[in-house]
Design a protein around this ligand. Structure first.
Ligand SMILES: C[S@@+](CC[C@H](N)C(=O)[O-])C[C@H]1O[C@@H](n2cnc3c(N)ncnc32)[C@H](O)[C@@H]1O
Ligand code: SF4
Ligand code: SF4
Ligand code: SF4
Length: 362
């Protein structure tokens, strides 16, 4: 079972293209990309093509980084041109950006020149101006206003947008404000709320929240979400997955489903590849000794270096709430693994979410 959860070779691959490596134009205080030891470079057209031709299955592509828009319009055009050549196997194309470099020219490229690719844009914003205070530029200025401008440009082009939010310690008390903010952004259709669980010396950093605090945030938000019928306008993870799993429907979100980590392939410049980018590429790079990427992944998940990740899933086998929790995010648990109290709190926090979700049973 464990190997199937980490990787099923029959499914589409989700490529997370680190087009700008881990380089970025802003300086978010918590960013895990800064910890990765990789060379500064951009993915070249040739490297992208080499990767795409070595994939047997269909693919979902996300332009990522660092900051993907840092590569500039001409380079973006060249990479999209390669994607377009392989469009028979591309299921969808997404851009995950901090929004600060987004403008009408990028919009024209995404929605006019490459209209047929149906590109979707998701922008990172941690909530209100106050909640977003760790997302700053290199002068220490909050990026909030620029991000709101980016949503407005998308709206002007008639495009819906996604949002990725990281909830850190100082944001816990702003649940109501968070709900107000997401309702104010007219074209928002999808939101993913993630916790800040950064670990240093095996303990959570001062800006991080604890697993219990995160579940409390999600429960409070969940109550507002239902009371104010926000679900009619915006799909919010992990609430959506919790409702799906408690009602016996399969969630599509890796944290709550049985397809995790090695189905999300991070591609760095020079064709360096790894599992989901929440893991450090320095810990889990994938060896490429056969031609097709799918075969390389299948081989790699049998290697000894994956054993610590598999052990996490072994622990879930006896768990009463496995069908609801499905093991959670394995990178979070991996970085908690040397702190027994934190690992236990992670599972307790999932049990708390399970108790809440029971009320959402239809
Ligand atoms: C690494 S960024 C890359 C794409 C782009 N620069 C952006 O900010 O959307 C992708 C997402 O990872 C999130 N992220 C970065 N560091 C994180 C951390 N330590 N914990 C949780 N999420 C983090 C960011 O907030 C962002 O939503
Ligand atoms: S914008 Fe994205 S890549 Fe850049 S520092 Fe912030 S989270 Fe990291
Ligand atoms: S590390 Fe977490 S976010 Fe990444 S694929 Fe695995 S479960 Fe999903
Ligand atoms: S609660 Fe803990 S043991 Fe149970 S499925 Fe979730 S992560 Fe695994």
């Amino acid at each position: 079972m464990t190997e199937d959860i980490l990787y099923d070779p029959n499914r589409d691959l989700k490529l997370v293209l680190k087009v700008s490596s881990n380089m970025c134009n802003i300086d978010c205080k918590y960013c895990f990309e800064k910890m990765k030891h990789i060379r500064d470079a951009f993915i070249t057209e040739q490297q992208l093509e080499n990767i795409l031709k070595k994939i047997k299955n269909n693919v979902v592509i996300t332009f990522h980084g660092g900051e993907p828009l840092l590569i500039g319009k001409s380079k973006m055009n060249a990479l999209l041109n390669i994607v377009n050549l392989y469009k028979n196997k591309i299921k969808s194309v997404k851009i995950q950006t901090n929004g600060t470099l987004f403008d009408d020219e990028y919009a024209e490229l995404f929605f006019k020149k490459y209209k047929d690719l149906n590109i979707e844009v998701a922008i990172s914003l941690d909530g209100t101006y106050e909640m977003n205070k760790l997302r700053v530029d290199y002068k220490g200025n909050n990026t909030f206003d620029k991000v709101i401008d980016a949503y407005e440009i998308l709206d002007k082009w008639g495009k819906k947008a996604g949002m990725l939010s990281v909830i850190s310690k100082h944001s816990i008390k702003y649940v109501e404000d968070y709900a107000d903010l997401i309702m104010q952004i007219k074209n928002l259709s999808f939101v993913k709320i993630n916790p800040l669980f950064n670990i240093e010396n095996n303990i959570l950093t001062p800006d991080s929240i604890s697993p219990m605090e995160f579940s409390q945030f999600i429960i409070k938000f969940g109550m507002i979400y239902i009371e104010r019928k926000i679900y009619k306008k915006i799909a919010v993870e992990p609430i959506l997955s919790m409702i799906q799993n408690i009602n016996g429907k399969e969630s599509k979100y890796c944290n709550y489903n049985k397809h995790k980590c090695f189905e999300f392939l991070s591609i760095y410049p020079n064709e360096l590849i790894g599992p989901c980018d929440c893991f450090s590429i320095n810990d889990f790079s994938i060896d490429k000794d056969t031609y097709f990427l799918e075969d390389n992944i299948s081989k790699n998940i049998l290697s000894n270096k994956i054993i610590p990740i598999k052990k996490l899933l072994d622990k879930c086998e006896e768990c009463d709430i496995f069908e609801f929790c499905v093991g959670g995010c394995l990178s979070q648990r991996y970085y908690f693994r040397n702190n027994e109290a934190l690992s236990k709190e992670f599972c307790d926090s999932k049990k708390m979410l399970f108790e809440f979700a029971k009320q959402l049973k239809i």
